[in-house]
Design a protein around this ligand. Sequence first.
Ligand SMILES: [Zn+2]
Ligand SMILES: [Zn+2]
Ligand SMILES: [Zn+2]
Ligand SMILES: [Zn+2]
Length: 365
Amino acid sequence: MSYSGSGGGKRLRTSPSEAEGSPRRRRGSPSVYSPSPSPYRSPSPLPSPSTYRSLSHSPSPCRSWSQRPPSDDDADDLSRSRGSDDLDRHGRRPAWRPHANKELGEHGRTGEFSVRIDDYDRLFTCKACRRMLSPPVYQCPFAHVTCSRCHEEVGDNRCSCCGSSNGYGRNRVVEEFLGRIRFSCRNKVHACEAFLPHHEMREHEQTCRHEPIFCPVPQCGFASRAVALTTHLTLRHHWDTIRFHYDENFRASAFTSTIFQSRDDGELFFLDSFSEGRGIALSMICIRPENAREQEFVYELKTPVGNGGRRPWLQMQSTARNTSLRHGLGEKEKVFLLVPKDLPGTEDGNVEVCIRKLGRQRDSV
Ligand SMILES: [Zn+2]
Ligand SMILES: [Zn+2]
Ligand SMILES: [Zn+2]
Ligand SMILES: [Zn+2]
C-alpha cells in the first residue's frame, strides 16, 4: 500500500478528542461541525434532532444543554422535527449534523464520524516534494503547503516552492486536521482494528499480524491468517494438512498437492504436484504473509526407484520460495523433482520429505 500519488476516495474516521492540546468534548455535546450553509443554522435554544438522539444514549442526558429532563413537549417537538423538511418552533429548518458513530454503533466512541475524503493523498501532499503531509506543516500566502523536511532543507523561513518569506509560517488548521485523522489498516477486512495516523500506519502494516495468506487452490481467492487457511483447506477443499518437525523426515504422496504445517512454528508449506512431460514434477513453496521477516527454508525430496533390496533414490534439494500467493501460484517452479511415470518402483507414489529452517539453532539460543 502506498500513500503517495493519486488515489480514489478513502474512508477514515476523525477523532476530535484525541488531538493534542485540545480539550476533550463532553459526552453528548453536539458537534460544532456542520457542512450546511450558514443561513440554515438555527440559533434555537432547543437541540437539533441529532442532538436529541445523542442525548438519549448519554448517562446524563440533561447536562449538555439543559438542567431539566426532556418533557412531553420536547418529545412532541422532536417527533415533529424529525422529518427532514420539518421546521423548528421558529419556523426555520434545523441544521443538518453528521451522525456520530456511537449512534450507528460502529465504534462506540462519542465524537467520531465516518467521512469520505476523495483524493486525500493528493489533497494533503507537500507541494514541493509530493510526500504525504504530517505535522508540522508550513504555508506561504500563495497556498503552497509544504512539509517540515522541505522547510528545513530550504531554511531561512522561506517557502520551498516560491521562496516567499512574507506571510510564510505554520498552518495550524491543516496541522490540527492531520493530527485528528486516523486511517484503518489495509487488513481491516481480516479483523485488524488498528486506526493510526498515516505515518504510524506505514510502520504498523509492515508488522501487522493480520496480514493474510491466500488459498493455493486456483480461482478460490480465500485469504486469511495461517490457522484459518488450514481449516478452510480441510472444510472447503477436503485437503488434509500434514504436520511435521523441522529436520525430520516424513512421508507424503507424489500424486497429490499437499499442505504441510510445522509443529515448531506453524509455518505452512505447499508441495505442488503437477504433470511434466513423462512424469510427475514436485516442488515446494512456503506460504507466508508478505510482511513476514525474511527466512530461508531448505527442503529435500526423495523417492525410491527400482525393485529389490538396496534401491537407489531419486532426490533433490532446493530452497522454498516465500510467497503469500496473493497473485496465485503463477508459473510453475523452475526447480523440481521429476518422478518418471514408467519407472519401476515409483508406482506407490511415496516421497520422503525433510524441511530445514536455516538459522533455527541460532534463533533458539
Ligand atoms: Zn516536502
Ligand atoms: Zn510559496
Ligand atoms: Zn493491521
Ligand atoms: Zn480455497
